[in-house]
Design a protein around this ligand. Sequence first.
Ligand code: C2E
Ligand code: MG
Ligand code: MG
Ligand code: MG
Length: 278
Amino acid sequence: AQLLGDQLDLRRLDGQRGIDSGTARHDTQELSRAVARDQLRVHYQPIVDLRSGRVDAVEALVRWQHPTRGLLTPDAFLPLAEAAGLVHIVDRWVLRTAVTSVARWRRLSPSLRDLRVAVNISVGPFLDEVWAHEVQDVLTATGLPPAALTVEVTERSLSSTSPESLAALEVLIRSGCHVAIDDLGTGTSSLALLADIPATELKIDRSFVQSMATDPRRAALVRAMACLGSELGLDVVAEGVEDRRTAEMVTEVGCTHGQGYLWSAPRDVSGLLTLLLP
Ligand code: C2E
Ligand code: MG
Ligand code: MG
Ligand code: MG
């Protein structure tokens, strides 16, 4: 019921985008205060190297510990943040928090010394030179090597992106960071665009992966995306792997990495460290 309430709220806000309704203004103010009030959290989900079976990286996924509504997942507040032009504040906080944490774990624990981290960034006016600098800054401050960071951008957002944003991704790659195209298959970009977007990694959306075992056409699409990725020299992550059979299938078609409930749902820091530490 709580979740449903959130969705109804957002649908109402969606319809009123641009109109400065009282509710929208209130929610926006609340969200912009969430960072200052220390209400945002990062949960981490393992990304597994399918060849070795080992955890190669963790993806940082934002949560909002809301004072009255409980722990909110991104779909309950990121659309609002995007509409209000606040999402870069969230993204920057997650970047700083996740990179700082992973850099510390690598220093403190020998078994985590090669752990990598992936963060999601909303493509928009803020993914420009500023982002490349921001990332550079965080890496320098924390000592995390650039190769240990992946910046994930959704295919959906890339289909309407500016030359400046593409240039920013190129700067990131040139500096040694990884760039992943997230939710591959859910956007409307042409295959030609895929060849032009600077990226080192593809993440196949879970809507394809999850129905692979029962839907041969989806399975064919996953195989084609994995093949495309490997032809382009990219790592390919299968998202939403929930069972052994699917893990075998994505490995067979050439995905290099897997992510999903089979290995672990996103966890808070102590849950993650319990999983990763011997
Ligand atoms: P995403 O980047 O594609 O992240 C994967 C989502 O799939 C996560 O949802 C994760 O909990 C979920 N997931 C992972 N494995 C499974 C599985 O086996 N089964 C199922 N059913 N779901 C699985 P979450 O955490 O709710 O995040 C949703 C989206 O919100 C993310 O999708 C990402 O696009 C966005 N997001 C999360 N954190 C941030 C952030 O800090 N900044 C921005 N801009 N976007 C973020
Ligand atoms: Mg992602
Ligand atoms: Mg995704
Ligand atoms: Mg997804």
